[in-house]
Design a protein around this ligand. Structure first.
Ligand SMILES: NC(=O)c1ccc[n+]([C@@H]2O[C@H](COP(=O)([O-])OP(=O)(O)OC[C@H]3O[C@@H](n4cnc5c(N)ncnc54)[C@H](O)[C@@H]3O)[C@@H](O)[C@H]2O)c1
Length: 358
């Protein structure tokens, strides 16, 4: 394949991050069409992607275009499944924004349809491609932290949507803040630390914000034996907008020989608890024995790198796509298990049986 011709389905908020990613790889791909029914958003779409991009009212119109090779789904969550099924039927490769779908059953239908059609299904879980999150992955994988026994991951935002928005609807979103955005943390933890063995969860709904939970806390036990604490707070205003605010996202990992963290707006840091690993001391410096030191990283955003790797894979070039539908299905499964725990007040073991659609 030469220049990949892409159709983007949805022209809303996250299009900005996708558009800047496409701009970085103009020699490899071109966004030829966008589906966006809200005409008040069309000027912004053209400003982001160029005046020549063709606009259509519905995702089906773009999937059917003969000059679209692959589609990038940036639609509300309740449309991820039908748009993927439609793309598979038209034999178009799919990139779908997180969260992959509203539940495991929908994920399985998407995987099945794409595999039967012989097209790839990639999920844009951008954190796995972000240079600073990768820097933490390299620290963890190097073994310098010893045996890892504790993870803490947080997501803090002030999320307020107007009446009528799909984000306020449990049905539209697939739940609440956990399914929508704590899946960033669940997915990252699966990538960093392996699979979950069991979870328990509590949620708090704030009815004037949305039907689903605005706050959620998951306690997990990993198959490795490590404990994990994941929380999302969609009510806080202290999410890193000003210098003295708290962080937007935090990942803290603690092992027998050291600890490390990623904090948004700050970077990735490591501390060694002793000098027994000479190679680690020379890699991070003796200062790492006295406190946290910054780990150098690249400057790619997750969206830029995810989209670049996806386009390379479509062109048959060597690529590092690490978020296929099959890779990511387990992320939705952990969120769904957490909801079952919140509902019944017990721990839930993974894997779970997908809810039957019958
Ligand atoms: N990775 C991240 O950090 C991040 C951040 C924000 C959103 N997202 C994800 O991106 C996706 C989209 O979120 P958003 O914030 O851009 O939502 P949004 O509501 O701003 O945009 C969705 C767009 O889809 C359009 N749409 C609705 N029905 C359509 C149809 N039939 N055909 C074509 N377009 C249609 C809407 O008019 C809207 O403009 C979601 O999966 C969301 O979770 C990811």
């Amino acid at each position: 394949m030469g220049v990949v011709r892409i159709g983007v389905l949805g022209g809303g908020g996250i299009l900005g991050s996708h558009a800047s990613a496409y701009a970085k790889i103009r020699d490899r791909c071109e966004v030829v069409a966008v589906a966006e029914p809200d005409v008040t958003r069309h000027d912004r779409v053209k400003a982001l992607l160029g005046a020549n991009v063709r606009l259509y009212a519905d995702y089906r119109d773009v999937i059917d275009l003969a000059d679209v090779d692959a589609v990038d789904i940036v639609l509300p969550h309740y449309l991820h499944l039908p748009a993927t099924l439609c793309a598979a039927e038209a034999r178009k490769a799919v990139l779908v924004e997180k969260v992959m779908a509203r539940n495991v059953r929908e994920c399985d239908q998407m995987i099945d349809a794409c595999e039967k059609a012989g097209v790839s299904l990639t999920v844009c879980h951008d954190r796995r491609y972000d240079s600073k999150w990768i820097a933490l992955k390299e620290v963890v994988d190097s073994g310098v932290l010893g045996e890892i026994f504790y993870w803490k991951l947080e997501h803090n935002q002030n999320v307020v949507f107007p009446e009528g928005s799909w984000v306020r609807s449990r049905e539209g979103l697939g739940g609440g803040a956990i399914m929508s955005c704590l899946t960033h943390q669940i997915d990252s933890l699966r990538w960093y630390g392996g699979e979950f063995a069991r979870v328990s969860c509590m949620t708090r709904v704030i009815p004037d914000r949305m039907e689903g939970e605005t706050v959620g806390v998951i306690i997990g036990k990993m198959r490795s034996g490590a404990l994990a604490q994941l929380s999302i707070n969609w009510f806080t205003r202290s999410n890193g907008a000003r210098p003295n605010d708290l962080w937007y996202e935090l990942v803290h990992v603690c092992g027998t020989k050291g600890e490390a963290y990623f904090m948004s707006s700050r970077g990735t840091f490591v501390m060694l608890h002793d000098a027994s690993d000479g190679a680690a001391v020379s890699r991070y410096g003796r200062e790492a024995l006295d406190g946290f030191v910054e780990v150098p990283s690249g400057s790619w955003t997750g969206h830029e790198r995810c989209i670049a790797e996806w386009v390379k894979s479509l062109r048959g070039e060597p690529s590092q796509v690490i978020t296929s539908g099959r890779d990511v299905r387990g992320t939705v499964e952990v969120a769904e298990a957490a909801y079952r725990s919140a509902q019944c007040g017990r721990e839930i073991e993974l894997p779970i049986d997908p809810v039957s659609g019958d």
